[in-house]
Design a protein around this ligand. Sequence first.
Ligand SMILES: Cc1cc2nc3c(=O)[nH]c(=O)nc-3n(C[C@H](O)[C@H](O)[C@H](O)COP(=O)(O)O)c2cc1C
Length: 337
Amino acid sequence: MLRSGLLLGHFWEFGAEEGDEVAGTPRIMTTASWPQVEENTDMATASKRQKTPEMPFVCLTDFQAQARERLSKTTWDYIEGGAGEGFTKEDNIAAFKKIRLRPRYLKDVSEVDTRTIIQGEKISAPICISPTGFHCLAWPDGEMSTARAAQAADICYITSTYASCTLEDIVATAPRGLRWFQLYVQRDRQLNKQLIQRVESLGFKALVITVDVPITGNRRHDIRNQVDLKTNLLLKDLRSPKEIDALTEVVAAVKGKIEVYLDGGIRTGNDVLKSLALGAKCVFLGRPILWGLACKGERGVEEVLNILKNEFHTSMTLTGCRSVAEINRDLIQFSRL
Ligand SMILES: Cc1cc2nc3c(=O)[nH]c(=O)nc-3n(C[C@H](O)[C@H](O)[C@H](O)COP(=O)(O)O)c2cc1C
């Protein structure tokens, strides 16, 4: 049975026009039909990779810096760009900096366990992968690399409606991975039904329905680069303008009846801990996964996940939390939320 929960995304600012249509397949657009990405051919990317010496990556922003070097400008702008002046994107990251954690010492933290359960499924840490489209822009076999890395890390990967690999290929390459499917609801109800039945038969365990795309955001980089995503997006949006810092309100409103997840701006283990302390059950990563993919493919995604998991482990240790269940609001020392 497909399950559903609530994923609080701070930021995603594309949109769709009412009446947009889909051609009967969840692979809405392949890299072949992606405009303005010719310069990011495998060869161009490979040649950049050869020129760049191997270096240790110690935090997620190291991957960001290297990804910028390796990707074409158009692809970089697509991954990194926000809408308008980009305030929301910046605020997502700044919001975590406003919160301080309360350290706790003299506790036995010789064993710290980061494992948790979402929607009844065990995962190695509350750090999973958000839906993002067109992974083949970052690495030749795109979502297949991402899926293998997620399976190896024993976490959940939400595959986007705009995956550039087929769903069948993604499942075949990582058959044991925990996978959810992100759905842009189509106007054609029959199409929704077919798609949902297809992902269910492929072993996707939950639907993640994106509802925050009322109109196409004014993505200045994509406009300058003449990337027209609007023609490829299908959703008539349902949600009112975004709120960033919404986590605490949402957690209070749902009163523990459903699990709440968060994505947007997670860059460190402290960010993960803060999110859980404020009531999220799990966090998800968008851009950092694409940075990892762009730098080292499957291995890069694994490294991104491992770095964050290790940082989260350290954060738990320093706040005296031996298990995820021990993380609670008392850890928040100072907040200007
Ligand atoms: C390049 C890119 C592509 C994305 N594609 C999708 C998508 O296909 N479906 C979706 O629901 N969200 C999509 N998102 C939103 C992400 O799921 C996530 O909410 C966002 O990246 C915020 O997390 P981050 O700060 O870790 O990047 C995309 C975001 C980016 C940057």
